[in-house]
Design a protein around this ligand. Sequence first.
Ligand SMILES: Nc1ncnc2c1ncn2[C@@H]1O[C@H](COP(=O)(O)OP(=O)(O)O)[C@@H](O)[C@H]1O
Ligand SMILES: [Mg+2]
Length: 264
Amino acid sequence: MGYKIAIVGKGGVGKTTIAGTLSRLFARNGYRVIAIDADPSMNLSTAIGISNEDLKKIKPISEQKKIIEERAGTQGGVFVLNPKVDDLPDKFQVIGPDGVRLLVMGTVQTPASGCMCPDNALIRALIYHLILETKDVVILDMVAGIEHLGRGTAKAVDAMIIVVEPGNRSIVLAKTIRDLASELGIKKIFLVGNKISSDFELDFIKNKAKELGIEVLSNIPLDQKIKEADLKSIAPIDNDENSKGIEVIKYLYEQIIMNIEKRV
Ligand SMILES: Nc1ncnc2c1ncn2[C@@H]1O[C@H](COP(=O)(O)OP(=O)(O)O)[C@@H](O)[C@H]1O
Ligand SMILES: [Mg+2]
């Protein structure tokens, strides 16, 4: 079985940057990667390095109203809980550099938790039912919180990586996410520090992680090359694949492999 990894955390901490770069690294190491952009701002494609030409081919799944209605709508007043989804990746993916396959969810309705909107149901089913071969990996770039995750989605995730930056708000959200994730039964929950620019900040992350009792997989430095990639709208790994931040994301990749393969 392959892995499904969700990247979560406060807005702006670096989830998309990390998800895009990890997707490329898994792909370069022989994995078949499905990257899922589940954030309505839809910017994972740039972090992966998908060309402008290919960007135009992206069809967000939430816009496929007919398919959503057909697969996950109510039938005879009964809500379809297990819509058919196996053909969706092939239909809607766009293939990026190193063969990374991107699926874009688009603007999904995310009102109160436990929303039974058909588009949410379809996405949950998609994540849950994607059948993975050994060398497959699904990387989910999520919106800030995980409140919209139904029980289904979370159970389908093998590991959750909570990205934090040196700042109390990202730590407070990390705690909320951790509590919800453990309640949902996710066993492998890790922390990744990002945008760290001093020893003081590094110690801050390490101490907070200890208080929370969550293992830190890596601490990524604040890296001007990563910021620069964003300004140029290119993938950080294509801007400079040996910058100090990217080097630490390569180490993070190794840590993920090691920790996911370890038995719980
Ligand atoms: N390690 C880093 N060093 C410098 N800038 C970073 C780093 N990680 C992310 N960024 C920048 O921070 C901003 C937010 O990152 P992004 O990945 O979009 O966050 P999120 O997806 O969590 O909202 C972007 O401009 C990105 O280039
Ligand atoms: Mg993002």
